[in-house]
Design a protein around this ligand. Structure first.
Ligand code: SF4
Length: 162
């Protein structure tokens, strides 16, 4: 089961193009100034099976959606369950891309199988002292928009070029 705080059908702020955003409940970190502090506790939200969550996401996707973003909370705190959701979504919508936000560093999660299923990882905790609202799709300067496919192919972190 996955604990889900909310599913936003349409967003243009959580990755490139029109996207559906899934906010997973629960995060092991407590960053000062967290943008979504209500999603830090692991209790709360609604429980979904992987199939139920995939169906709920697919219901929100229109032909003009470019992707799905998993945010939170920290989606990688539920990495094993997420690993079951993504193939079900891709099976029906192979055209969309998948972004995942996490407070972990890429280097700490690079061996998670779910990394092989996604396109972009926005990594690192939010650091209030490095907050910069001019940065696209991230909150603080330490965070990286990582092109996962390119990173896996070259064996070192490749930052997404926007
Ligand atoms: S990693 Fe993100 S969700 Fe978790 S405490 Fe930090 S800012 Fe909040």
């Amino acid at each position: 089961m996955l604990q889900v705080a909310d599913i936003l059908g349409e967003s243009v702020c959580d990755g490139l193009g029109l996207r559906t955003v899934v906010f997973l409940q629960g995060c092991p970190r407590h960053c000062k100034g967290c943008h979504n502090a209500a999603l830090i506790p692991f209790e709360g939200g609604r429980a979904y099976t992987p199939a139920e969550l995939a169906a709920a996401i697919l219901q929100k996707l229109t032909p003009i959606h470019r992707g799905v973003t998993f945010s939170g909370g920290d989606p990688l705190a539920q990495a094993k369950e997420l690993e079951q959701v993504i193939p079900l979504v891709r099976q029906e919508r192979p055209d969309i891309n998948i972004w995942v936000y996490t407070g972990y560093l890429y280097e700490d999660v690079k061996d998670y199988p779910v990394l092989r299923l996604i396109d972009v990882l926005v990594d690192g905790p939010f650091i209030l002292e490095q907050r910069d609202i001019s940065l696209p799709f991230k909150g603080s300067g330490n965070q990286r928009l990582i092109d996962v496919l390119q990173t896996l192919a070259q064996g070192s972190v490749a930052v997404l070029s926007l």
